[in-house]
Design a binder for this molecule. Sequence first.
Ligand SMILES: Cc1ncc(C[n+]2csc(CCOP(=O)(O)OP(=O)(O)O)c2C)c(N)n1
Ligand code: SF4
Ligand SMILES: [Mg+2]
Length: 323
Amino acid sequence: MVKKLSEWKFTSKEFAQIPEKFASGHRACAGCGPAIVLRLVMKAARGPIIATNATGCMEVVSTIYPYTSWKIPWMHTAFETAAANASGIESALKILRKKGKIKDEHVDVVAFAGDGGTFDIGFQALSGAVERGHDFLYVLYDNEAYMNTGIQRSGGTPRGAWTTTSPAGKVIPGKAEHKKPIADIMVAHEMPYVATANIAYWKDLVIKARKGMEVNGPAFLHAFAPCPRGWRSENEKTVEIARLATETCVFPLWEAEYGEYKLSAPSKAIALKPERKKPVEAYLKTQRRFRHLFKPENKHVLEEIQSEVDRRWKKLLKACEIA
Ligand SMILES: Cc1ncc(C[n+]2csc(CCOP(=O)(O)OP(=O)(O)O)c2C)c(N)n1
Ligand code: SF4
Ligand SMILES: [Mg+2]
């Protein structure tokens, strides 16, 4: 029987005992945030699970022929079609069930894609699959650039970040634009479930993944996942950096059911005690992709980033009816 989310309580020890579905021995860099997302999300499955994966780091590091890290049925798909592929899998399962070829047992369908494959090239497929109401969980693992092909900027790259296509120097101080508010755009689809999550708050991430699988219809999980290689950060600091993103409100945690926003515990604690909100500099200084921002001539960029973070945070509090 499928347990409702409210009933799904587990201790860390119990969670550790759930068999791994993403095997160790893959080729992700040490300290890779996205690999943590994959591992946690798949452990949240209720039972049988089928995953599909857009081209990107997580596909490349996990499937170097003749090896695979996936202990479940898994299908690679093109850079732009993770959601279209998930729609097809879900439809096929429906037909097989109708024809009596599979029993009643539910199968969770999960699509994984990076920020390039979601904010940019895969957005049309995602929006269409959500509009058609397919029952699947879409997991965006956000490492904030096209890492697999050499750190190019995406719609998910934040303002001021150095990437190979937004190089910081005399001409520009890193990326000119702010991050696209992708999760809010998904909420505008009036879909059953949208949530943001962060590997630093693993239990919150796991529960949200489970909830996304349990709701009938499409669900979207935006998972924050540092990439030491592309962020020019220390491998062992991945979780610390991820936590700072939420503590500075650069990446607040919330969920929205049918458009109703609700702050999640780590961000609610900051909303209730605003003095806990750290300045964005505390987060930015942990990564060398932002180091040029600390030069006197780029002070204005730091100020702009802080003011945009504050503006979005205020807007979120209003949406959560806290402000
Ligand atoms: C149509 C198309 N354009 C370009 C590529 C090359 N390509 C493969 S993965 C990738 C970047 C993926 O970025 P992202 O989705 O952020 O995942 P990450 O590598 O960061 O995990 C690109 C540009 C492709 N496979 N298909
Ligand atoms: S480049 Fe980044 S996302 Fe890709 S495997 Fe390495 S740490 Fe992970
Ligand atoms: Mg990426």
